[in-house]
Design a protein around this ligand. Structure first.
Ligand code: C5P
Length: 218
């Protein structure tokens, strides 16, 4: 498995991050969260008062922030301009703006180049939206992780500590993000990807299933 690239794509709330980290830890692989990079880029834009609704403004600054991703599945780290932003990138302002920032081609080109650099010789689980289709089409194992919209909203709502508005509001926000995301990345399985539906499975069961798929394709 040492040179293998495992691509795990899927919509938000499918449990992708927990599954990807769990699979990487189990198989002794590195781990890369590409969503965290798009979030770090967005955080930097908001901090620097860039109008995230203006694609030209976002494009002009896409090359400026220095984004560093740790690849230890036990302690995923994300930094921008030397600041650890692991907590800040999960806040509502970033979540609300990230899809628009991620839709800017200059942002995608910059981060995809960075992702390919980190992937290097492999031995890594990479999670995102376009990993199997764009970032690493030669990945040895490709998983598309999905779940029903109810299960995704319930999961997100729990992660958010059952925030204002509850599951209904979370489901609405998810639907909105899916719709913006689907303009940039097909929220569908890439050719050759194995679809895993997490709706009725525990986290442990999904990790087990995905790790099994990886081992069988290796
Ligand atoms: O996975 P996560 O929900 O943290 O991703 C945040 C956002 O980053 C997504 O909603 C999407 O807009 C963007 N993204 C992307 N391509 C990726 C990973 C994330 O466009 N590979």
């Amino acid at each position: 498995l040492s040179g293998m690239v495992v691509a795990i794509d899927g919509p938000s709330g499918s449990g992708k991050s927990s599954v990807s980290r769990g699979v990487a830890a189990r198989l002794g692989l590195r781990y890369l969260d590409t969503g965290a990079q798009y979030r770090a880029m967005t955080y930097w834009m908001l901090q620097n008062k860039v109008d995230v609704g203006d694609p030209a403004a976002v494009a002009a600054d896409a090359g400026t922030p220095v984004i560093v991703s740790g690849t230890d599945p036990a302690a995923p780290a994300i930094g921008v301009d030397g600041e650890d932003v692991a907590v800040q990138i999960r806040e509502a302002d970033v979540t609300g703006a990230v899809s628009a920032v991620a839709a800017v081609p200059e942002v995608r080109a910059r981060l995809i180049a960075l992702q390919r650099e980190i992937i290097g010789g492999g031995g890594i689980v990479v999670e995102g939206r376009d990993i199997a289709s764009v970032v690493a089409p030669a990945a040895g194992a490709k998983i598309f992780l999905t779940a029903s919209q109810e299960a995704r909203a319930a999961r997100r709502n729990t992660e958010n500590g059952g925030g204002a508005g509850g599951v209904a509001a979370t489901r609405e926000a998810l639907t909105r993000r899916d719709s913006v995301d689907s303009r940039t990345n097909a929220l569908a399985a890439a050719p050759g990807a194995v679809v895993v539906d997490a709706t009725e499975l525990t986290l442990e069961q999904v990790i087990e299933q995905v790790a099994g798929i990886v081992i069988h394709t290796a």
